[in-house]
Design a protein around this ligand. Structure first.
Ligand SMILES: CC(C)(COP(=O)(O)OP(=O)(O)OC[C@H]1O[C@@H](n2cnc3c(N)ncnc32)[C@H](O)[C@@H]1OP(=O)(O)O)[C@@H](O)C(=O)NCCC(=O)NCCS
Length: 198
């Protein structure tokens, strides 16, 4: 989990992002039951290599909020919500390290597993990339994932990420999205939608 702290005098990463179907907003204490459920669900943590779930109890949750949420002027941990009347939380998105202007490393999960495969993961990633690159303070995003996490890799590819390198163990890989590649992908998609490209 992130040890990143918002740097004094340096603009924060985007704090609130919306797409057609999603809102990404800073995590708050009320989100604890959702996060605890998702982090303890082996189906959610398994693709990352944790087959037994994180097994957080209430004390672990309290510790986590104190370390990563309480008293922060700007957030690096966010909740992905459906843009419906109740703004239902469905997942988390976080900045794992912030090396701007070069890069930020991020990760996400859709904790409500019945919603997998409906495009929410890629939509959240794409919306955050859009806001981050629009800030003109960041040139790239990276994510780390298991090589056999086909769902995460497919999600990342849909946004334009490519494999940067496979770790020496062969089990993990780093995927990379440059601002230029993201912009080019958007342009090509617009051309396809306009019938100018197949
Ligand atoms: C990775 C994750 C966030 C994706 O969320 P999602 O909402 O399902 O993502 P999307 O629907 O945008 O994209 C998933 C893609 O993988 C595909 N997919 C799912 N299971 C698959 C499988 N077993 N084999 C191949 N493709 C698969 C989906 O069909 C979809 O592709 P498509 O739109 O071309 O059909 C979600 O699965 C998750 O939370 N996993 C556990 C945590 C995790 O692995 N996080 C990533 C580490 S950074």
């Amino acid at each position: 989990m992130t040890t990143n702290h918002c740097r004094p005098g340096f603009p924060p990463v985007p704090q609130s992002v919306q797409s057609e179907r999603l809102t990404i907003r800073p995590s708050a204490r009320d989100d604890a039951p959702y996060l605890k459920k998702w982090w303890n669900d082996p189906q959610v943590t398994g693709p990352g290599g944790n087959l037994a779930g994180m097994q957080y109890d209430d004390a672990d949750m309290e510790d986590w909020f104190q370390r990563y949420v309480d008293g922060r002027e700007c957030s690096t941990h966010f909740i992905i919500c459906l843009r419906e009347a109740d703004e239902r939380p469905i997942g988390e998105f976080y900045i794992a390290s912030d090396d701007r202007p070069g890069c930020v490393e991020c990760a996400l999960l859709i904790g409500e597993t019945d919603l997998w495969g409906r495009g929410y993961g890629s939509a959240a990633l794409s919306a955050y990339a859009e806001a981050l690159f629009a800030s003109e303070l960041c040139e790239a995003m990276r994510m780390n994932m298991r090589v056999d996490n086909v769902c995460a890799m497919r999600m990342a590819q849909k946004v334009g990420f490519v494999v940067e390198h496979v770790w020496a163990s062969g089990a993990f890989q780093t995927v990379f999205l440059s601002r230029a590649a993201f912009e080019l992908r958007k342009l090509r998609q617009a051309e396809i939608e306009a019938g100018l490209r197949r």
